[in-house]
Ligand binder design. Structure first.
Ligand code: ADP
Ligand code: MG
Ligand code: MG
Length: 916
């Protein structure tokens, strides 16, 4: 660390300490602003925390000697302090900004507010992670009626100077003064109509001057004030707007959706301008170092000649390809950057390769060419589809950029979900009506809707929608989230719609130019078709096709890179992954996805089958043991058959069978019609049935006569189930199925005594079966831990148990005293008020439920060092909970079949993290 910087860092550390004892960072020495070239040498994450992602990466690019226009970053700490001070700037900030501007002025030999040689800057927001809800960038700040003349003279390009000024007025008025941009767009459109021109680029300096006059009148009308001419006032207005955008509605929504804490704050970047709008040898563009849809290792991007800022992503003009290869593939006649600006293109290629090597990840970059000279304006790790993220991780291991552990850590387990679900059947008949760009892969079907709010409303009604827009903007985020897929008429592969959809894993077709939307009549026209709001359409985000109606889908392919990555994950993880399944179909899906056994086979699901429910009801309605045994005898062969099938599909692996758990009344007939049907087939009166239903009614069934309590009252039920399990085991042995060891699980144990009694029951039945066939049976007996008392008494209970399986659904209900079925009404409020960080039924409540799990594990192991420990609640498929399970020393997690790959990856990540 250079001495000077070290001193500064030390000073800040001291000030921070002082702050803890006194209060605010009031010291004038505290550093709120860093010029790009002298940011502190912190590790990447700490630097991002301090300067935001954009600021940290700008300074990093300067450090590795890339061409970046000079500028400075106001820290995230300054933003937080601004809020601490009730939206006032800390005193030292104003002076430090001034000093930093001076440094920039010196570097590029222009000065801020100077009428003959003005420095212009951009003001850009930049939080730790990129956030579409934040303030839009303001470009060309520092222009006013005087400096614009200087700029025109200096560049000898009046059209450019006034184009820049009008852009500045538009942007600043929109994002800082709150004047809706439609005001300006309408004025421009009308002007062009009167003049008879099509493109903005056809307007002259005189045209812009006249339009600027109209803009100013409009601003006075809307705000009561003229457009600010003082450049410092302009700057502080923009800085304040960035700070305030941290807590605007859009940002709040995005933060909530993505679990971004409010305490992070945003940084502000002030950077000297470079101009892509100075003529034909100027351009602006965005690019990905690899294809963000497929992951293919080829440079991919779009650019626009004689344009500025976000023209490329805004969808106003259709951008051109960067590489010749992409242009030819797209069949476009507009020259690629490779062809029109070969020198800048080659430089860009060298730079992107350097950036990939440096960051060891695919980058999303933004650049501008000013009079043939290339300038880098941003780099960050690029958003990508699930498929691309796996391909890129696997390729980078092959390219020796990263190692296997890093590759495994790179993939967010949750995204695997999108790969495991169906895609369009290539052989299905499709009624294709339009083709756009394949902006985000996957198939989606739903009702056409034209506004984000409508999409959200449909979702609330449980309906699927396709959001159709000319183009999307950050205001549409909630609708994009609610929709199954997104279709836009304008914009390229790097448009807002495309980038956000890929990030969310939503299929998206962008830039489908043949579609004409009529928002007012709520329909779109394409060719001879008219598609109305509510009509069903299908999108294929992998091909860009738009189809009428619903189209058949097929199973996903999980070989190739996916299986390579999963094999790496399997090699490192120590947690075993089982599945919760009871049907042969689910069992097979889970095994194909890599399940290593069944962690929860719920036997009650087997009772509901049409054929058997009658006997189950007969069993429940029986008034004495003899009648009940009679009914149970009829159920036995069904159960036995089920187990044989499951044992066969899971041959060679462990299968945990949970004995009957729910309260008996769940099986009874409910409607009058059902009741009379049951009455006649069982030959008893309806009255008898109704009486029995009344007898069995419970005020609080979750805490009622269920689980092992049923077997304490009616042991013959569990006896029948055990007999079915052991008989099935016998049959499998006879059929030479590779051995499985059933793990018989007794639910809702509260005391050691209950388990002692029921374990004896299991052993008794086993003896009978063993004697009958004169063989020896291998099996385990254990319990679910789903009551706090059981967790606390694990030491005693483990004397009777070969295994514990944490039933964290009920354990969460009973520990928190919150019913899962009723919590929907208020849990949101708890999350919003920060009482819970996340819904405890989704991710394990580490401080409460987690404590009980740990206590039970420790005490269980004290008594029985070989005790098997697992989890079978919904949490078994949640990556954060899996991390907890790994660290708590569990041996396996069990989850639903489609979550098995997610759990395999999450378990590997937990292990890698714990090694570090
Ligand atoms: P976002 O976070 O939405 O990407 P940025 O702050 O990156 O916003 O700004 C958007 C665009 O504005 C950039 O991609 C770039 O084209 C343009 N821009 C920002 N700063 C400058 C600058 N100093 N000179 C030229 N163009 C700039
Ligand atoms: Mg933006
Ligand atoms: Mg950007």
């Amino acid at each position: 660390m250079p001495k000077k910087i070290k001193k500064k860092a030390l000073k800040n550390a001291k000030v921070k300490k002082a702050k803890a004892s006194k209060s605010k960072k009031t010291s004038s020495k505290f550093k709120w602003v860093y010029n790009f070239e002298d940011t502190p040498r912190l590790n990447t994450q700490s630097l991002k925390n301090l300067l935001g992602g954009k600021g940290a990466n700008l300074s990093e690019m300067i450090r590795i000697k890339l061409p970046v226009p000079p500028g400075f970053t106001i820290t995230t700490e300054a933003c937080n302090e601004y809020y601490n001070l009730n939206k006032k700037y800390p005193a030292a900030l104003v002076k430090q900004v001034k000093d930093s501007i001076k440094k920039v002025e010196k570097k590029i030999k222009k000065s801020f507010g100077n009428a003959s040689n003005p420095l212009l800057v951009s003001v850009r927001s930049g939080a730790r992670v990129s956030m579409p809800g934040m303030m839009d960038t303001v470009l060309n700040l520092g222009l006013n009626d005087k400096t614009v003349i200087g700029l025109a003279k200096k560049t000898n390009n009046e059209a450019f100077a006034y184009d820049s000024y009008r852009r500045f007025i538009q942007m600043y008025s929109n994002v800082v003064l709150g004047v809706n941009h439609h005001n300006f767009e309408d004025l421009i459109e009308n002007y062009k109509l009167t003049k008879g021109v099509l493109l903005d680029t056809e307007l002259t300096a005189e045209d812009w001057k006249s339009l600027i006059g109209s803009f100013r009148e409009q601003i006075i009308k809307e705000t009561g004030k003229d457009f600010p001419q003082d450049v410092h006032q302009q700057l502080w207005g923009a800085i304040g707007a960035v700070f305030q955008s941290w807590k605007n509605h859009r940002a709040n929504v995005y933060r909530k959706l993505n679990n971004i804490p409010e305490e992070w704050g945003t940084a502000v970047n002030v950077q000297s301008m470079v101009f892509g709008n100075m003529g034909q040898d100027c351009a602006t563009g965005v690019a990905f170092t690899r294809n963000p849809s497929t992951g293919e290792n080829s440079f991919y991007g779009e650019y626009l000649i004689n344009a500025q800022g976000e023209d490329v992503v805004a969808g106003i003009r259709t951008p051109q390809n960067i590489t010749k290869k992409a242009r030819l593939e797209a069949g476009s006649k507009e020259l690629s950057m490779q062809e029109s600006m070969p020198k800048a293109f080659n430089e860009l290629v060298t730079i992107y390769k350097k950036l990939e090597k440096h960051y060891r990840d695919m980058q999303d970059i933004e650049f501008t060419v000013e009079n043939k000279k290339l300038w880098m304006l941003q780099t960050r790790s690029g958003k990508r589809t699930a498929k691309a993220s796996i391909k890129i991780a696997v390729d980078m291991v092959k390219e020796k950029l990263i190692n296997k552990d890093e590759a495994v850590l790179r993939i967010d387990p949750k995204i695997l979900d999108t790969l495991l679900h169906p895609t369009l059947d290539p052989n299905a008949t499709k009624n294709i009506v339009a083709k756009g760009l394949p902006a985000s892969p996957g198939a989606a079907t739903g009702k056409v809707t034209f506004t984000a709010d409508d999409a959200e409303q449909l979702k609330a009604q449980g309906q699927k929608s396709i959001l159709v827009r000319l183009e999307t903007s950050p205001e549409d985020i909630h609708g994009m989230h609610a929709a199954e897929g997104i279709l836009t008429c304008r914009g390229g592969m790097t448009s807002h719609a495309a980038v956000v959809a890929r990030g969310m894993g939503r299929p998206c077709v962008s830039g489908a130019g043949t579609i004409q939307i009529d928002y007012e009549s709520k329909l779109f026209k394409v060719g001879s078709h008219e598609v109305k709001e509510g009509d069903i359409v299908t999108l294929d985000g992998s091909t860009g096709e738009v189809m009428l109606g619903e189209v058949n889908t097929i199973k996903p392919d999980i070989s190739g890179d996916f299986s390579t990555l999963m094999a790496w994950a399997d090699k490192v993880r120590s947690l075993k992954i089982r599945t919760n399944a009871e049907t042969p179909l689910d069992t097979k899906v889970a095994r194909d996805f890599g399940a290593e056994g069944i962690g929860l086979c719920r036997t009650e699901h087997m009772f509901f089958d049409d054929e058997r429910i009658l006997y189950v009801r007969q069993m429940i309605l029986s008034k004495n043991v003899e009648d009940r045994n009679e009914a149970l005898k009829k159920i036995l062969p069904f159960q036995k058959k089920d187990f044989i099938e499951i044992f066969k599909t899971m041959s060679g692996l462990p299968v945990t069978v949970r004995l009957l758990d729910p309260p008996l009344h769940e099986f009874l007939p409910k409607s009058e019609k059902e009741i009379s049907g049951v009455a006649s087939s069982l030959n008893i009166t309806e009255r008898e049935i109704k009486n029995r239903i009344n007898d069995l009614h419970e005020e609080n069934p979750m805490l009622g006569h269920r689980g092992c309590r049923l077997a304490i009252s009616y042991p013959e039920i569990y006896e029948m189930q055990c007999e079915a399990i052991f008989e099935a085991l016998m049959e499998c042995q006879k059929a030479k199925v590779k051995a499985i060891i059933p793990e018989i699980m007794i639910p809702l144990i509260c005391t050691a005594k209950e388990l002692e009694i029921l374990r004896a029951l299991v052993d008794r039945v086993a003896k009978i079966v063993e004697k009958k066939y004169s063989i020896k049976l291998s099996y385990l007996v254990g319990t679910m831990i789903e009551l706090p008392r059981a967790a606390l008494n694990a030491f005693e209970i483990s004397k009777q148990a070969d295994f514990f399986s944490f039933g964290t659904n009920d354990l969460t209900q009973t520990t928190l005293g919150i019913s899962r079925d009723d919590s929907g009404k208020f849990l949101d409020d708890y999350v919003n008020n920060n009482i819970f960080k996340i819904d405890p039924f989704i991710s394990i409540d580490v401080d409460g439920v987690g404590q009980l799990v740990k206590i039970a594990c420790e005490n269980g192991k004290k008594n029985n060092s070989k005790i098997k420990l697992g989890i079978c609640g919904e949490h078994g498929g949640d990556p954060d909970s899996i991390d907890f399970c790994h660290n708590a020393g569990l041996h396996y997690v069990s989850c639903s079949p489609y979550r098995v790959p997610i759990a395999r990856l999450a378990a590997a990540q937990a292990k890698i993290r714990s090694k570090r």
